[in-house]
Ligand binder design. Structure first.
Ligand code: ACO
Length: 436
């Protein structure tokens, strides 16, 4: 961390002694005020629910400029990565800090490809779930259960264990998501194939059956690969912060990633792609494009609790750059599948247009986020809506691991332990039950 010449002074209106706080500069983005000694110096905590103004760590992985609508992985703009690189190159970049050369890429791809099978016992573990269980419920269980299957890579403080756990998680996530799907639909599991790409293999495990091979379409393969790249990391979002907090106790990497999966499930985070598509279905059921006005009215009504899913973001106060790339992919996929006139896509386009012109959305800087289009692409590929968030989890796994490993390697890392403003009862005595 680079100290700034600038310092912050905190003074108190009651005449208490003022405190000088150091300021640090990052390579990009706002400076941070170091408040670590604040409690020792003043006996006070800071109060910041939702981390609106708090940097929880230092990181060199991903940078977002929410006002500009810019996203960089290790300095590279997401647009360039999505256009020139594939997902495994992006994984290598996030984990190692640099893009791989040809030999490095080949070695990394081979390593991931050779770890795609899961322990054969896993399918018996899966059998314990109801067939109609939500795939994210299954994924939370399966990822956590990996620590029961791979005992030789559970020491988070051992760099070799961390490396093996990283490869295992990246390699096995597609297998687990496809298994969760096959279990849901009652079809036999399909084993991974080493001659296919990462995305191609996922499509194969999802859609092949023992009686029929699935021919992987290069357009759909590329679209899925792009979904993976766009979701690979997003700095200190809720699930990543969950993984860091969980891992800060020294728990094993599989358990920490399972915590991330659980957090991602929520509709305000990864569950938004599922919620966005369900919202489009609901509007379509009620009358389609003609009902958009009525729907928008409900969204603007504070008492309705209805949100325009796939819109708004804590950090982006401009168009989410991933949404632009996803929209492009969406057009390609719909053209490939002859679905250009798909009514759901037309509805999404119209909804986006109206929302972008509406004063409510404009004044609050609410723009479409990546989830607004990724659901439509996944649906067109044939991925069921209930599996969308699991696909997001698959893609985000590398980001979670990169951030977890960065935290473990940070000499300033400590177990995460926020404080609180206590608003409950002061100390009191328990009365005998007859007197309560
Ligand atoms: N529809 C309608 N109004 C919205 C929306 C929305 N999607 N998002 C925010 N607003 C309104 C809020 O009601 C609030 O209005 P107010 O100032 O009049 O009270 C204002 O915009 C600010 O919103 P906050 O909720 O305070 O913003 P916050 O940063 O806390 O929330 C969030 C961000 C959770 C993403 C929110 O925009 C949302 O719920 N969006 C819909 C869900 C979604 O698409 N999530 C995906 C996030 S991206 C991802 O995880 C990949």
């Amino acid at each position: 961390m680079k100290a700034s010449d600038n310092k912050a002074t905190l003074s108190f209106s009651n005449g208490g002694q003022s405190v000088e706080l150091p300021i640090y500069k990052g390579t990009l983005g706002p400076d941070v005020i170091d408040i670590r000694k604040l409690y020792a110096q003043t006996g006070m905590f800071t109060y910041d629910p939702g981390f609106m103004s708090t940097a929880s760590c230092q990181s060199s992985i991903t940078y977002i400029d929410g006002d500009k609508g810019e996203l960089l992985y290790r300095g590279y703009p997401i647009e360039q990565l999505a256009t020139n690189c594939d997902y495994l190159e992006t994984c290598y970049l996030l984990l190692n800090g640099e893009l791989p050369n040809t030999a490095e890429k080949e070695k990394f791809t081979r390593l991931v490809t050779n770890h795609t099978m899961v322990n054969e016992q896993m399918q018996f573990f899966l059998r314990g779930f109801r067939r109609d269980a939500h795939p994210m419920a299954i994924m939370t269980g399966l990822v956590g259960a990996l620590s029961a299957f791979y005992h030789d890579s559970t020491d988070i403080n051992n760099p070799e264990h961390r490396d093996i756990a990283a490869i295992r998680l990246i390699a096995k996530m597609p297998t687990l998501v496809a298994m969760a799907y096959k279990y849901n639909v009652g079809q036999p599991y399909i084993y991974p194939r080493n001659d296919l790409s990462y995305a191609g293999n996922f499509l194969h495990m999802m859609f092949a059956t023992p009686c029929e091979e699935y021919k992987v379409s290069p357009v759909l393969e590329r679209a899925l690969d792009r979904i993976f790249i766009l979701h690979a990391d997003h700095e200190q979002n809720a699930s990543t912060s969950t993984v860091r907090l969980c891992g800060s106790s020294g728990t094993n990497p599989f358990a920490a990633i399972a915590a991330g999966v659980a957090c991602l499930w929520g509709p305000a985070h990864g569950g938004a792609n599922e919620a966005a598509l369900n919202m489009l279905y609901d509007i379509q059921k009620e009358g389609g494009v003609e009902k958009i006005g009525e729907f928008i009215k409900k969204v603007k009504d504070k008492n309705s609790n209805v949100k325009l899913m796939g819109f708004g973001h804590r950090v982006y106060k401009n168009y989410d750059p991933r949404a632009k790339l996803m929209q492009e992919t969406c057009n390609e996929v719909l053209t490939e599948l002859g679905l250009e006139k798909d009514p759901l896509f037309a509805l999404a386009k119209q909804l986006e247009k109206i929302a972008l012109e509406d004063e409510y959305f404009v004044s609050r800087k609410l723009y479409p986020n990546v989830d607004f289009y990724s659901g439509i692409v996944q649906r067109a590929i044939g991925i069921p809506v209930s599996l969308f968030t699991a696909v997001f989890a698959l893609a985000r796994t590398v980001g979670w691991i990169a951030q977890l490993n960065e935290m473990i390697g940070d000499p300033e890392y400590k177990i995460g332990r926020p404080r609180q403003l206590f608003e409950g009862s002061p100390k009191r005595d328990v009365k005998p039950i007859s007197a309560r």
